[in-house]
Design a protein around this ligand. Structure first.
Ligand code: ADP
Ligand code: MG
Length: 699
């Protein structure tokens, strides 16, 4: 059987699997083929490479293996609390083995005075250690000699319920490895193997499942992680190469509007960082190649004006511009802001959203087609079929993480002659490792400086029992002329309970501040009502804005100086940071108050502490990545690229760096991968075409 066909064999045909287990593996673990099964890697290992002495056991140890005898047994408690405790001793000390289930059966089975091997996770009670539900086997020549790391596989409750546990899975994989042995091809070119001193693919697969010792495991991990990241980088870089080759970009050379704006209308001095990124973008717009650039900049770093100044170069050179924002509120705000600048520059500008009137819509469509409209601001309404430009030259996407990449590419199609230049702006700082994986095909510019004169936001954590003090503080701020946001979690707009919390919150705030005008905005409101409330707050007619996370993205009210976040423990770090970024935009000292329940989980506490400690978005993003892993980072959930088999973007930054460098080297030397020594790479790319990673998503 050819290699490929072998690994495509449905898992059902592996000895020991069969139709019923196959269905379970399909459904629960997405394992369909031999190839899927062999790549179902353990997520940790039980260390059976050594026996610990009981005196060596310490708190916080993972699983330990010990040798000893049962010196006595007792049944303690009654009813559901009943448990079996066995006293287990070696020459150095004693621990307890405890069972809460299957007590009678175990009690009969285990004998005093016999040598056993026990394996379990130690927990400390007072000054004794106890292993709950340990594995217990009589000491035998086999288990005394056998020493290795035992794989523990990702499983689901359902699988365990059907007795498909780690042991069973490891048997199946063992069987498969034996069958597959001579069919496992090498997937990295010889040069990379020797350069990095990597073990072969065959050894790596064996050792990732059944390592004899720690070193073998480390070697397997190093190789497989590198390989996974190498191929991702290779594809991204290749995509970028192809695009650079193929896609011509319009050349924008007329800077007369830019000069005029700089001389007559620039509302403030640009920061050095803003100047730097404008230079980078201008170089792209003049290069003759289509731009695909990511502009990262912390909240409040002034990305909007940068976008506008880029539009000036395109408009001056006769092209049209589009700016797409993820929400109606944000599109409206961009429109209000940019309209002021545009009118001074005699540029036409329109807003197109879901709630634009039909007659206006028609007029806008026409002005787009006849080329008289210079700038179109809008929501995803911009993507609709009827929206046709005469000559779209620059497409800017704000807060990109809210858009799927499919939508991004739709915007590209809006110019039939040449793809427009694309600038993606995001205020969700993305850790380097993640950016390299998610946006490895884009060029990146970073605004790493805030406009001068901003005071860092003071962040405090308060338990909800301190609400009276918080209210008093808000009252003082409002008396001093400031405005306040109070944000409630509404993770899923359809959640009734969250809506109730919000309404209850609104009521109690109304009661606490009877003489103060309050706005409320949430996702269940009609867009007009939302906009009306938002507008009142922006105009300072209301002093408190009670809202859900709809205000999270981009909204800019410089007079608002306090951000209160209720149930702060329910928000992710990057979301908290985004929310905090709504204040601190004016000259006044701003505050962020994170209110939580007294009881806090470990991770929630870490998140809150991070927020209190730092204002730096990149630092926060790094912490977020460490705490939660990339899959949970905002906006990355649906991106298939992050379904990594083995590499961990939170921890494997250095490996990623190496893998990317190697990919760059390979492509520099052989851009079309035509050289014989790279045939391994070609084969591998071919054979993983229909892998789980959806590449179209990130192009
Ligand atoms: P973000 O990068 O979060 O989108 P904005 O573009 O909304 O930030 O800018 C935040 C605020 O800072 C706006 O009120 C904007 O006018 C102002 N701003 C931008 N650049 C500067 C600058 N160089 N100096 C002073 N204020 C600036
Ligand atoms: Mg913005």
């Amino acid at each position: 059987m050819a290699t490929r066909a072998f690994f495509d064999t449905p898992v059902e045909y592996l000895k020991g699997v069969g139709p019923q287990r196959a269905v379970l593996l399909n459904k629960e673990l997405k394992i369909f083929t031999f190839g899927d099964l062999i790549q179902h890697y353990p997520f940790r290992y039980e260390d059976r490479t050594r026996f610990f002495l009981i005196s060596e056991i310490e708190e916080e140890m993972p699983y330990v293996q010990i040798k000893g005898r049962i010196t006595g047994k007792e049944l303690i408690g009654a009813g559901v609390k009943k448990r079996l405790v066995a006293h287990f001793a070696d020459d150095t000390g004693q621990v307890e083995l405890t069972w809460f289930q299957g007590i009678n059966w175990i009690n009969e089975k285990i004998k005093t005075g016999v040598d056993y091997v026990a394996f379990g996770k130690p927990a400390k009670y007072g000054n004794r250690f106890s292993l709950a539900h340990p594995e217990l086997e009589p000491l035998s020549a086999r288990n005394e000699k056998e020493s290795s790391l035992h794989p523990v596989y990702p499983l689901t409750e359902k699988l365990r319920g059907k007795h498909l546990d780690s042991k069973v899975l490891s048997k199946l994989i063992h069987e498969l490895l034996t069958l597959a042995k001579d069919r496992i091809r090498e997937t990295l070119p010889a040069r990379l193997l020797s350069q990095h001193k990597f073990i072969s693919k065959q050894d790596a697969l064996r050792n990732i499942h059944f390592p004899q010792h720690h070193q073998a495991l480390a070697q397997a991990q190093a190789r497989l992680k590198f390989e996974e990241l190498f191929y991702i980088q290779l594809r991204l870089l290749k995509m970028k190469l192809v695009r650079k080759d193929k896609f011509r970009g319009q050349v924008f050379n007329d800077a007369s509007l830019v000069t005029k704006f700089y001389n007559d209308h620039l509302p403030f001095a640009l920061t050095q960082a803003q100047k730097k990124v404008i230079k980078e973008i201008y170089a792209d717009l003049r290069s003759g190649q289509q731009m695909n650039r990511l502009l990262q900049g912390d909240v409040g770093s002034g990305k909007t004006i940068v976008g506008f100044i880029c539009m000036l170069l395109a408009a001056g050179s006769g092209a049209q511009n589009a700016l797409m924002a993820p929400t109606e509120i944000l599109a409206q705000q961009h429109f209000n802001n940019l309209r002021k600048h545009a009118s001074k520059m005699q540029l036409t500008i329109e807003l197109l959203t879901g709630s634009t009137k039909k007659s206006d819509r028609k007029r806008i469509h026409e002005s787009l087609r006849d080329g008289s409209l210079n700038i179109l601001i809008g929501t995803h309404a911009l993507l609709e079929e009827e929206v046709q430009f005469r000559n779209l030259g620059l497409a800017i996407i704000d807060e990109q993480h809210r858009f799927g990449v499919a939508q991004r590419s739709k915007l590209w199609q809006k110019n039939n002659e040449a793809y427009p230049h694309v600038l993606v702006m995001t205020a969700t700082p993305i850790p380097r490792t993640l950016a390299m994986t998610l946006y490895g095909d884009l060029d990146v510019s970073v605004i790493d400086e805030l406009p001068a004169g901003r005071k860092p936001i003071k962040t405090v954590h308060q338990y909800d029992s301190h609400r009276l003090q918080v209210n008093q503080f808000l009252r003082n701020q409002i008396a001093a002329g400031r405005q306040v946001y109070v944000v409630y979690p509404l993770i899923d707009e359809s959640e009734k309970l969250d809506l109730k919390h919000l309404m209850d919150g609104y009521e109690s705030i109304s009661r606490a501040f009877p003489d103060i005008a309050i706005s409320i905005v949430h996702g269940k409101m009609k867009p007009e009502a939302k906009d009306y409330e938002m507008a009142r707050f922006i105009k300072d007619e209301t002093k408190i804005m009670v809202a859900t996370t709809v205000i999270e993205v981009g909204v800019d009210v410089p007079n608002a100086s306090v951000m209160v976040i209720e149930n702060a423990e329910r928000f992710g770090l990057s979301q908290l940071h985004q929310l905090r970024g709504r204040v601190g935009r004016g000259a006044e000292q701003s505050y962020c108050i994170l209110i939580t329940n007294f009881k806090l989980g470990k991770e929630s506490r870490a998140r809150i502490e991070t927020m209190v400690k730092t204002n730096n978005g990149f630092e926060i993003a790094e912490t977020d990545l460490q705490l939660r892993g990339p899959g949970d980072l905002m906006g990355t959930q649906q991106s298939g690229v992050l379904d990594l088999l083995i590499a961990d973007l939170g921890k494997d930054g250095p490996v990623l760096q190496q893998a990317r460098q190697s990919a760059i080297d390979v492509l520099d030397d052989d851009p079309d991968l035509q050289k014989p020594e790279n045939s391994v790479i070609r084969t591998q790319i071919e054979s993983s075409r229909n892998s789980t990673v959806n590449w179209s998503r990130i192009s």
